[in-house]
Ligand binder design. Sequence first.
Ligand code: AMP
Length: 437
Amino acid sequence: MNKKSIKDVNVKGKKCLVRVDFNVPMKDGVITDETRINGALPTIKYLINEGAKVILCSHMGKPHNVLTEGWGLNKKEKAKLEALPENERESAKAEMMAKAAKDKTKLSLKPVADKLAEKLGQKVTFATDVVGASADEAVKNVKDGEVVLLENTRFEAGEEKRDENLCKKLASYCDIYVNDAFGTAHRSHATTAAIVEYGFVKTAVCGFLIEKELSVMADSLEHPIRPFVAVLGGAKVSDKLNVISNLLEKCDTLIVGGGMAYTFLKAKGYEVGQSLVDNEKIDYCKEMIDKAEKLNKKLLLPIDAVCTKSFPDPIDAPVEIKTFGVDNIPADEMGLDIGEKTRELFADTLKNAKTIIWNGPMGVFENPILAKGTIAVAKALADADATTIIGGGDSAAAVTQLGFADKMTHISTGGGASLELFEGKKLPGIECLNDKN
Ligand code: AMP
């Protein structure tokens, strides 16, 4: 890693503005998964122990857009109102503002401040705004080794718009900017990158979580121990175009399962019945098949499919399944999971791998009857004597739910960010940080 970390700078007595990812799932004001808070703890504890003044900030969810326009109505809202008969406007406006206000309460970081205080065993001062009077006061009074958490940064209209004034104000709160929010490192927002890019903070370093995510994922991509196998699944080819292309160049074998596989199968000339096909991407898949051949890489596709006559509704409803070879899928059936032979084929390949990257389920894993393929891949990774990396999202959830989490080398905290790393993209939240000399 060529970026400076908190260990490379003197933080004692310094005000450190730390961008963390506290975007935790919540239900009725209760945090339902603390993974992201736990992920930020090593950095926070280190800064406390080193005597820094710790000022944390994070976004939470996607506040209603009335909010992100600074509590006024945005263009879309205004247009909606203007299209209504005059006598209906007042009540419609009130409804929009009420929804925004409700979002604001639901998306407050206050419950996170309480949980964090509990985990740290010390007080966490919660500012009820991001750059307002409450934040000013909290930042003015913070002492060495103390912690402040600012309110949801997306309550400020300028966060996603990279507003210069917001960045300037936030920069005035700190001597050092620390980014430890891997989950938003692919975003170029005020608190994730712009504050440094505009030059308002000179000392900008990463925290331990970003350091760990990068050292495992970027290093494995650049210097993998071979054989290196990448497993891609999920719904659509179009979501992962650049990932497929980039990983083909880096890995030795690319395994494609999930809904994506059917566009590849169609590109190879198979009839896939009612299975999910991205018609506009058939040519792209043909290109990828050619590319694999030219690069002398293995591109493994399913050889059989677990099919149903219709998509389960609701998604976890009982379904009647039949397995067909991929050269034999009837016109009225759709493939919703990989079949047993494919499970064996994929598991066999994974057994010999030394580096494995996985993103995306092998089937409609939300339904237990259609989850066998995803479970088989998770198990194969757990059993493999390899560096195993789960790129966040559904595959991370699957691995955790199945109890295999501690058998993996690394489960990324950022689905979107890790996919962009797999695409070979530079992440703005990391690029902006100071280089190591
Ligand atoms: P993604 O967000 O692209 O990783 O896709 C995840 C979604 O893909 C999950 O909700 C799965 O249910 C869905 N999926 C996986 N395999 C299939 C399939 N064969 N047909 C339709 N959807 C699928």
